[in-house]
Structures are given as structure tokens and as C-alpha cells.
Design a protein around this ligand. Structure first.
Ligand code: SF4
Ligand code: SF4
Length: 513
């Protein structure tokens, strides 16, 4: 861990939650991620640098978004400043900067909206708190809309359901459209468009990696478990975050998925052209880029002739798949274009399209199609971190709250020792890991470490009281973020892992016909 230029907040004893901090105005004003250069911007169809007429274009783009997304206008009009959201953001709790209160973050855009799009704001700006769009305002937008992980926790507590994440996405899209983009998200999205995954890992390198993993599993278990790629006619196309191919602990979950398919006798494949479940188009609020990224998956599904599309452990990917793939791609009902309809005919609708890997595994456990030895995980005392995009923006299975229940049931089927963290810090009230929504970059390490504080506090309580030594999660970003920030709070980085890492340890290969 490199020496920090900031102080890591202190955790308290005997509590799962922290007191609301006294405000420190401007504490995080100068903390910004790197701005994207011209090549990165242009490959996404955005101006390479700040346009000379950026102000007019920003207002014009805001108007376009207000027309296109009616919810945005409702969110900008509906706030009554009741204050219910002020202490609900992990970035406020961790940094004490009042601009990280959700309502204040919204106000950064709302004040400008009022000035140019409301009668009162045009003629009596001071009376209604409307302000001109200036370079200083743009700079504030760039700071604070990249200190929001679009986790939607604040919206759970807002009596009007105002979704700050939607406002953040709109602000980022406006900034991109005038030439002020974020290097981290936009560079990754460009790699996804060009090569097929966020890492820029070409097909042959991916094949080598998978072959190496097959050898490792064989050496470990004595069973020839395959990780197939580009297998035409396979039943399942698995689309998983590319971090699963080489990052620790992500790769342990990939091995877990492979063992599940092997043990259940399901033919499956990965795709070299759609080797990424992640879709940063969501983070930057760009429907066009989100669609372009998602279409790779449709093309691969059609090309390979699969019957089912299954998504690996990735929070925002599951949100995009669950909420948007139907109309974006035709995976799920709703597509109107010919290729979407073709895919609809090809897929087997006895299964959910798409399915989450946890739905697949839980279904197989219930049917007795895979066998698990819980005692294999007896060295682990496990808790579960609900990932924001799964918890608050999607579902699983056929029961309300399936997205909370199914991963926990899988864990309990694999482990003898499981303890939840405090109720107010899990389920729909879960705290973000601190690194989601395009913040998983070292430029924002201070934001990430401080934003992780509420989760770390809740974790400390179960570590102290229950001796928890493993925090499972089903999100690639959560895994990467926790691996980095756990040591700042005195926890080992190895204590985070995937739900399918636990499955991988417990599964009994070769016990089924
Ligand atoms: S990070 Fe989450 S809680 Fe904070 S403002 Fe953004 S959406 Fe709301
Ligand atoms: S809870 Fe909703 S209405 Fe109340 S201040 Fe926050 S965003 Fe506005």
C-alpha cells in the first residue's frame, strides 16, 4: 500500500454505524479524477477538448436530456429540501464535505436548470437560487459528480424517490458532450468498443488464460473442468466481467461458474468478442454508448446459436442486463428490430433471459443437480455485502427481494458459518463499496477510501463480534475496491471474495450423472 496523502478515517468500537459528521465545506473540492484527452473522447463521439461555445452547448444538451428523459425533469422539480437524504451518502459520511450530501449534489445541476429552464429562474434568479453556468460551476460539477457512485442509496430514503444517480448521469453526459470527460471511464469504454472487454485483452490472450486455468483446475481437483470459448451450439453463453479472467479474487468465481456448469452437465461457452459484462455506458449516462457495448453480446449470442444468456458476478452489468438488455439487444422481451426478434426466437424461454449466475446455481442446488460439502468452507466465517446495483436496481428469481435472498441461500448452502452485518447497512439500505459508478481509479483513492468508511464500520462489528474473516459479494467492482481499501482499515485484502468462490470450494465434482 503506497503512502497516503490523506488520513484514513478511524473506525469506532461496538457500533455498526457512525455519527453524522460536522460539515467541512470544500473538503473534497479539489479532488478530481484525470480529465480525458482528445483521443479518448473522440472514440466515444465526444469533442476532444472543451468547446469554445461549451456553455451554449451544455445548456442545449441539458434541454435535450430533459426532453428525452422525463424523469430527469421530475427529479429536478420535485425536491422539497426535506433533508431526509442528507446523511445517507457514504461519501458525505466519509468526507464531511456538504457537497457530498445528495441534495447538495443535485443542487449543483438544479441551480443551473432553474436559471435556464424555469420562468422564475430566468427573471428572478436570486429569489429561487438559480445561477449562471460558469467555468467555476463546471469545475464543481466535475469534482462532485465524480464523487457519486450512482449507488441510489439516497433515493431509498427520499419521500419522492428522487434518484441522484440519474442526475449524476445527466451531468456527466452534459460534460462529455462539451469536451469534459473522465479519463478512467471513457478510456475503458473505448477499449470495450475496440477490443471487446474493459481490459483490452485480445482473443488469443484470453484463450491462453483460459487454457492455463483449465490446467490449474485439473491439477487441483483431478477433474477436467473446461472453460470453453467460442463454442458454437453451446446451450449457455456466459458473459462475465473481464476481471474474472485474471484478477484475484475474481478468477476464483470464474472457476466456480465453470465447476457448476461441469457438475450439472450444462454445455456453455464464453465469447472472445463479447468478453465483458461490464458496461460503463451506464456510468457516463450515455444510452448510445451503452447500446453499442450491449450489442456485442447480441451479436455473439446469434453467432454462437446459444439458448441462454447468463451473466457473471458484476453489479452494474446485472443492472444493465436486467433493466436494459431487453430493449437494447433483444435478450429479454421488448426488442423491435429484426436482429432482436431473431434472437428472441432463438432463445429458450423456459429460462429467464438473461439469468444471473446466482439464479442458475440456486436453481441447480434446489433441484439437487449439484452437490455441496459445507464443511469444505469451515475455515471461513462469512458475511455478505449487497452490491448497490443488484440491491437497488434489479431483482433475481420469482420472489420479491430475490436479489437479497438468493445469494444468501447459496452461501448458506456452501458454508456452516454465516452472519449478516447490521440490518440498516444491508439489503436495500446497503452501503456502497465506495468504488462504483466510474470511481475505481487510483486518481480518486481518497474518495474511495473515505467512501468505504460506512461499510468498513459495519464490517468491523461482525469481525469483532462474530470473528468474520470473509466478506462475499457478487460484484467485480466491489471485489477490486475492497481488495484495495480493506488494508487502509486494518483488514487483510484477502478477506473479500465472490459467492462462487465459496461454491467452488464446496462443490463436489464427479458426484452427479
Ligand atoms: S453516491 Fe449514492 S448515496 Fe451518494 S449521492 Fe450518489 S447515488 Fe446518492
Ligand atoms: S430526500 Fe428527496 S426531497 Fe428531501 S432533500 Fe433529499 S432529494 Fe430533496
Amino acid at each position: 500500500m503506497a503512502a497516503s496523502t490523506f488520513e484514513t478515517p478511524k473506525l469506532l468500537n461496538d457500533t455498526a454505524t457512525l455519527p453524522i459528521p460536522p460539515i467541512k465545506p470544500g473538503a473534497m473540492q479539489g479532488v478530481q479524477s484525470f480529465i480525458a484527452g482528445d483521443k479518448i473522447q473522440e472514440q466515444l463521439g465526444y469533442p476532444g477538448e472543451l468547446l469554445p461555445n461549451w456553455k451554449e452547448r451544455a445548456i442545449e444538451r441539458m434541454g435535450e436530456l430533459l426532453q428525452k428523459y422525463r424523469g430527469l425533469q421530475v427529479f429536478l422539480d420535485a425536491c422539497v429540501h426535506c433533508g431526509a437524504c442528507t446523511d445517507k451518502c457514504h461519501y458525505y459520511l466519509g468526507t464531511a464535505d456538504p457537497n457530498n450530501m445528495p441534495v447538495a449534489r443535485q443542487e449543483l445541476l438544479r441551480k443551473v436548470y432553474r436559471r435556464y429552464f424555469t420562468f422564475a429562474g430566468k427573471y428572478f434568479p436570486k429569489l429561487v437560487g438559480a445561477i449562471d453556468l460558469t467555468e467555476e460551476v463546471l469545475d464543481q460539477w466535475y469534482s462532485y459528480f465524480y464523487q457519486c457512485s450512482e449507488c441510489r442509496r439516497c433515493s431509498v430514503y427520499c419521500p419522492y424517490g428522487i434518484d441522484t444517480a440519474e442526475i449524476t448521469m445527466a451531468a456527466r453526459e452534459i460534460m462529455d458532450s462539451v469536451g469534459r470527460g473522465q479519463k478512467y471511464s471513457n478510456e475503458i469504454l473505448g477499449k470495450l468498443h475496440r477490443i471487446g472487454n474493459n481490459l483490452g485483452l485480445p482473443g488469443p490472450a484470453l484463450e491462453d488464460t483460459l487454457a492455463g486455468l483449465e490446467e490449474d483446475i485439473l491439477a487441483d481437483t483431478g477433474v477436467p473442468v473446461r472453460l470453453p470459448i467460442d463454442q458454437k451450439g453451446a446451450e449457455v453463453l456466459l458473459v462475465t466481467p473481464s476481471a474474472d479472467f485474471f484478477s484475484e479474487p475474481h478468477v476464483e468465481s470464474l472457476i466456480g461458474y465453470a465447476k457448476v456448469f461441469h457438475a450439472a452437465g450444462i454445455s456453455w461457452t464464453l465469447s472472445s468478442t463479447a468478453s465483458e459484462a461490464g458496461n460503463f455506458g451506464l456510468f457516463i449516462g450515455s444510452y448510445e454508448n451503452m447500446r453499442k457495448a450491449a450489442l456485442r453480446i447480441r451479436e455473439a449470442a446469434l453467432e454462437l446459436g446459444v439458448k441462454r444468456v447468463v451473466v457473471g458476478e458484476c453489479g452494474h452489468a446485472w443492472r444493465v442486463a436486467y433493466s436494459f438488455w431487453n430493449t437494447l439487444t433483444g435478450v429479454g422481451a421488448g426488442a423491435e428490430d429484426p436482429f432482436g426478434k431473431m434472437l428472441q426466437q432463438q432463445l429458450d424461454h423456459r429460462y429467464k433471459q438473461p439469468s444471473h449466475i446466482c439464479e442458475v446455481t440456486w436453481d441447480l442446488i434446489q433441484k439437487g443437480a449439484i452437490k455441496l460439502d459445507k464443511s469444505a468452507n469451515d475455515h471461513r466465517i462469512v458475511t455478505f455485502h449487497d452490491s448497490c446495483n443488484v440491491a437497488r436496481a434489479s431483482r433475481m428469481g420469482d420472489i420479491p427481494g430475490g436479489q437479497f435472498i438468493i445469494p444468501r441461500e447459496i452461501i448458506k448452502a456452501c458454508c456452516n458459518h454465516f452472519y449478516d452485518m447490521a440490518p440498516e447497512t444491508i439489503y436495500e439500505g446497503t452501503y456502497c463499496c465506495g468504488g462504483g459508478g466510474g470511481l475505481l481509479t487510483d486518481d480518486l483513492m481518497e474518495v474511495r477510501v473515505k467512501g468505504a468508511l460506512p461499510r468498513m464500520q459495519a464490517l468491523k462489528q461482525v469481525v469483532d463480534e462474530k470473528k468474520v474473516n470473509f466478506m462475499a459479494t457478487i460484484c467485480a467492482i466491489c471485489k477490486a475496491q475492497f481488495t484495495k481499501v480493506l488494508p487502509y482499515y486494518g483488514f487483510p485484502m484477502s478477506m473479500v471474495g465472490g459467492v462462487h468462490q465459496l461454491v467452488s470450494t464446496a462443490i463436489q465434482l464427479g458426484t452427479n450423472e
